[in-house]
Write a protein that binds this ligand. Structure first.
Ligand SMILES: [Zn+2]
Length: 132
């Protein structure tokens, strides 16, 4: 389960959040309710606890050790995320060279893989014009 602050906006497909009773991405304000719900369900299905006290301690220590507290490293990480998101945006916002209408990734991939279009992107209608 991954939790983000309510100040953030999920950039992932909302369908990822709809896996019935198995929510994996939640806002911080939903977190404790979700944990309680999960624990209740697990208690019904398992008489013995799934993890021992020492398992829990091992997991806790692994997370504590993995947590990056260095402010500089955190800043670098954030900057990298912002760069990746903006790069992804420029890649997916592809438009037809003729009419400037946005095209799907499938259409874009088709155009780019076809020498006829010389690395340019055309919508379905304008692909026919290039063909002639
Ligand atoms: Zn077009």
């Amino acid at each position: 389960m991954v939790s983000f602050t309510k100040r953030s906006t999920f950039k992932v497909d909302l369908d990822y959040r709809k896996i019935a009773s198995n929510e994996i991405i939640v806002y911080d304000i939903e977190l404790s309710e979700f944990i309680h719900r999960k624990v209740s369900v697990l208690k019904i299905h398992h008489k013995e606890p799934l993890l021992s006290e020492s398992d829990i301690l091992t997991i806790f220590n692994a997370f504590s050790k993995g947590n990056i507290t260095d402010p500089k490293a955190r800043e670098d990480h954030n900057r990298l995320l912002i760069t990746h998101v903006s790069e992804k945006k420029t890649i997916t916002s592809s438009t037809c060279l003729v009419c400037n209408k946005p095209v799907s990734d499938k259409v874009k991939a088709y155009c780019l893989s076809n020498d006829r279009f010389k690395g340019k992107i055309y919508c379905y209608d304008h692909q026919k014009i290039v063909q002639k």
